[in-house]
Design a protein around this ligand. Structure first.
Ligand code: PLP
Length: 403
């Protein structure tokens, strides 16, 4: 019999999954192996942007599965070309590189930044500036760029010439940046780091500093992209255009795919043979992502994300008036973080567990922040029921706390 304890028997212990095993999903609902139903406000960590088993994505995947799965990068394929065309039409970018995950998209971005600076300015221009609290993936380069030491500890020696400034603190960047800086990498909203938004002044200031020092500005939009903030990409909220943008998670709606977007000038450094991936840009992933992009690039859908944001915020404010548990409720679109008051510090995981027993999937972003990242098309009644579940989960958490 396969059950949760099988995980401990046969899987490397780098995860600690919850007790239930989801076996089926539809829209914003998920069912476990005992047919218990859950409202999904986690969205597979900001991935299932169109909910579970969206009919158009299922259709697209089935059609492609019956047509062509894989050809390798010795040949191109039509879904990849169509998707790249759409992404370049909808963003600042002229060129696209496809990967299979977010970390790989960032790995490509960081390698491209190094290579471009090397080609144009020489070997000295290699410094990468990132931010405390940031998260960019789990490859050695990306954990080193990430601003959370726990993810790179014990994996050294780490790639060199990567420095960390303070998020939303331009002076700390000014203190580090020089003509030897090749790139600054930043999340417009730090997702894993606690749903912390960059200010407009900060991102515009980074743009100006990068321009001054001929450094590339990389926006990691792996969590904020694909419509999550109510714009196709979060940079479109800020009047700041990056040089390189990375996208993954939502862009595949649950099918693994990532992409790095950039300009023709910068892309020209990735000449034949400098970088690649066996599966990156495969027809299955690109076909599904094309369907995702077709659906989420619709203005009305994006405006609805903003409307659903307000619905969540109003509901969470009301819950907080009752329970006084959060010191801050923040975020954009359908990426929302609720930071616990100091007396409940470290307890976000306990609230997640209570939510599960109320039939609700939610997320944390570190130990002090409850995070929601539901489907962009979550029905209003699921928002209402989800908020009721959060209310009950918090009441039950507080009851145990006060026991
Ligand atoms: N960058 C950001 C901002 C992320 O949120 C994540 C994943 O949480 C990643 C990169 C890594 O993406 P992946 O897990 O697909 O490698």
């Amino acid at each position: 019999m396969i059950n949760r304890s099988t995980f401990d028997d046969v899987m490397v212990p780098n995860y600690s999954p919850l007790a239930i095993i989801p076996v089926k999903g539809k829209d914003s609902r998920v069912w476990d192996e005992n047919n218990n139903e859950y409202i999904d406000l986690a969205g597979g960590i900001a991935v299932s942007c169109l909910g579970h088993c969206h009919p158009k994505l299922v259709q697209r995947l089935q059609n492609q599965a019956e047509t062509l799965w894989h050809v390798s990068n010795v040949l191109t394929n039509q879904p990849a070309l169509r998707l790249a065309e759409k992404l370049t039409e909808l963003t600042f970018a002229d060129k696209v590189y496809f990967s299979n995950s977010g970390a790989e998209a960032n790995e490509a971005a960081l390698k491209l930044a190094r290579r471009y600076s090397f080609d144009k300015f020489g070997v000295e221009k290699s410094q990468i500036i990132s931010f405390d609290g940031s998260f960019h993936g789990r490859t050695l380069f990306t954990v080193t760029a990430g601003g959370q030491a726990k993810y790179s500890e014990g994996f050294g020696p780490l790639p060199g010439d990567i420095d960390h400034a303070k998020f939303n603190d331009l002076a700390s960047v000014e203190a580090l940046i020089s003509d030897n800086t090749c790139a600054v990498i930043v999340e417009p909203i730090q997702g894993e780091g606690g749903v912390k938004s960059a200010s407009k002044d900060f991102l515009q200031g980074l743009r100006a500093l990068c321009d001054k020092h001929n450094a590339l500005l990389i926006f990691d939009e792996i969590q904020t992209g694909a419509g999550r903030t109510g714009e196709l990409y979060a940079y479109q909220n800020y009047d700041v255009v990056p040089d390189i943008l990375t996208t993954a998670k939502g862009i595949g709606g649950g099918f693994p795919i990532g992409a790095m977007l950039t300009t023709t000038e910068i892309a020209s450094s990735l000449v034949v043979g400098t970088h690649g991936s066996t599966y990156g840009g495969n027809p299955l992933g690109c076909s599904v992502a094309e369907a995702v992009v077709d659906i989420i690039s619709d203005r009305q859908l994006l405006d609805n994300v903003k409307a659903k944001h307000r619905k969540f915020m109003d509901g969470l404010d009301r819950i907080n008036e009752r329970h006084k548990i959060f010191k801050d409720i923040r975020g954009a679109g359908l990426l929302i973080g609720c930071e616990l008051r100091d007396e409940y510090k470290g307890k976000a995981g306990a609230i997640l567990a209570e939510a599960l027993s109320q039939g609700l999937l939610i997320l944390v972003a570190g130990p002090d922040v409850v995070r929601l990242a539901p489907s962009l098309i979550i029905p209003d009644e699921d928002i209402e029921q989800g908020l009721m579940g959060i209310d009950k989960a918090i009441a039950s958490f507080l009851e145990k706390e006060n026991d």
